[in-house]
Design a protein around this ligand. Structure first.
Ligand SMILES: Cc1ncc(COP(=O)(O)O)c(C=O)c1O
Length: 469
């Protein structure tokens, strides 16, 4: 779907009423949920005693309570009660070969058995993994492995400041670049500023500026403002739009940002933690044919195995890391670049190549996007729709991420609209469908006709619970 159509449909959703499932129906659904997820409840009760809120992960569902998962295989996930789900969360995007993919697992088991987990020194896998990344990503000449996307984003802005000797970082509102002190401003919803900065002294994010998505004038103004305040070291973007395309990117945006960075001697950072090896083997930089100076990677590069993050890019920029003492940005990590993670990276990318994982996951996502849009169009009273960037699908029902903070009663709007998404999500989980935050679906190369049928059946059921009108 074209950018213009996506934006006008989103605008239509947020400017019209929501479509709730009646509370008595939700009560019945929750009762059924409790019946079929008893062990999860038992574990949640224990977890609450020893883990804050009883749950570790931001992406867990919480209504009526988080589920405890047991195992995964292919596109499926099973909870501790034995319920089976078609999985579109895929661990938050790292999985594209399919969960628990034997040829990858076999390599990791071999590394553990033959080599051991880590030495604190370099292994050949680091080089193999870096070479594989460079082979595919056109703007990458040099790679430094770290332990998470958050760390890699922190490293990227530190490298940019060292290289340019400038201070300010411009981010796009609504984007996610991990949870470090400098980058959690204007998270999720553009314009929310320090809403998520509790526990961070304002001095820490004083040099982070944010602009609304796709707003060229605001970007120009930010560059002007920053000029007198130490200049812009880098603009950091999620190249498919904030939060993995939740705030869709205008087709000209990345190129415009590139040009503005060039004319201001600032660097462009692409955060490809989600888009890398997912929208294309060459990442969004290849997909849009716009080359960043620094690329941030994570998630998929270790395909579900731990310690996943890398900062990468132009060699002259990356080489600031090897300057002498007092001249270099300090980066590190005890387990960074360990043989298991870098072995997983090398073999995962090799297996993606051999299996055309991106091509297959994209073909499935295109098919499912069309099928869901066809299904939604059978309900003319509902404005629901789906769009996708390759194997990253967004299904829009109440679109709480799009609420404008300058509109009427924004906080209430966000809370109400978020609850609607969570209600649909709870019903879908009850039917055996797992997605992300009630708005997003990642696909893998193993999703098949059965998965597609089950997804459509589930949504038919969800729609049947929403009164017509
Ligand atoms: C675009 C983007 N950047 C950075 C991160 C942070 O990565 P990690 O969770 O590995 O710290 C994420 C995580 O979801 C992300 O989506």
């Amino acid at each position: 779907m074209e950018y213009k159509e996506i934006m006008s449909r989103l605008e239509n959703i947020v400017s019209t009423d929501v479509h709730p499932i009646p509370e008595d129906t939700l009560t019945e659904e929750r009762e059924r949920f409790r019946d079929t997820h008893r062990k999860s409840l038992e574990i949640f009760e224990r977890a609450k005693e020893v883990i804050p809120g009883g749950v570790e992960h931001n992406l867990s569902t919480s209504d009526p309570y988080p589920l405890t998962m047991d195992r995964v295989k292919g596109y499926k996930i099973w909870d501790i009660d034995g319920n089976e789900y078609v999985d579109y969360l895929l661990c938050g995007a790292p999985i594209i070969l399919g969960h628990h993919f034997d040829p990858l697992d076999d390599e990791i088991i071999r590394i553990i058995q033959e080599k051991g987990p880590a030495t604190g020194l370099t292994s050949e896998f680091e080089v193999l993994a870096a070479e594989k990344i460079i082979e595919h990503m056109p703007a990458v000449e040099s790679v430094r492995f770290l332990q998470s996307g958050t760390e890699a984003d922190m490293a990227a802005i530190r490298i940019a400041r060292t290289f340019t000797e400038k201070v300010k970082i411009i981010k796009v509102g609504g984007s996610y670049h991990g949870w470090s002190d400098q980058l959690v401003t204007s998270l999720h919803i553009p314009g929310t500023g320090p809403l998520n900065c509790k526990g961070i002294p304002p001095e820490c994010y004083a040099h982070t500026m944010d602009v609304p998505p796709n707003d060229v004038d605001a970007l120009e103004k930010a560059f002007e403002e920053a000029g007198a305040q130490g200049g812009v070291a880098a603009v950091i973007v999620e190249p498919i739009g904030g939060e993995s395309g939740t705030h869709p990117v205008h087709p000209d945006w990345n190129r415009t940002v590139r040009e503005m960075c060039d004319s201001n001697d600032s660097l462009l950072i692409f955060d490809e933690v989600v888009s890398g090896f997912r929208v294309d083997m060459g990442g969004a930089q290849k997909y849009f044919n716009v080359m960043p100076d620094i690329t941030v990677l994570g998630k998929i590069i270790t395909h579900g195995y731990p310690s996943t993050g890398a900062v990468a890019g132009r060699k002259d920029v990356m080489d600031v890391i090897i300057r002498g003492m007092g001249q270099k940005p300090y980066l590190g990590g005890t387990l960074a670049g360990n043989p298991i993670s870098t072995g997983a990276c090398y073999h995962a990318i090799r297996l993606m190549e051999e299996n055309d994982a991106v091509g297959k996951a994209t073909a499935y996502a295109n098919r499912l996007t069309k099928a869901m849009n066809d299904l939604f169009s059978t309900r003319e009273d509902l404005p629901f729709f789906v769009y996708n960037y390759g194997p990253i699908m967004h299904y829009e029902t109440s679109s709480f991420f799009q609420v404008s903070l300058t509109g009427p009663d924004p906080l209430n709007q966000i809370i109400t609209r978020k609850k609607i998404c969570e209600d649909y999500q709870m019903v879908a989980m009850n039917q055996g469908l797992n997605s992300l935050a009630g708005t997003r679906m990642y696909t893998c190369m193993q999703h098949d006709d059965d998965a597609l049928d089950k997804t459509l059946e589930t949504w038919e059921y969800v729609l049947s619970l929403i009164p017509k009108g």
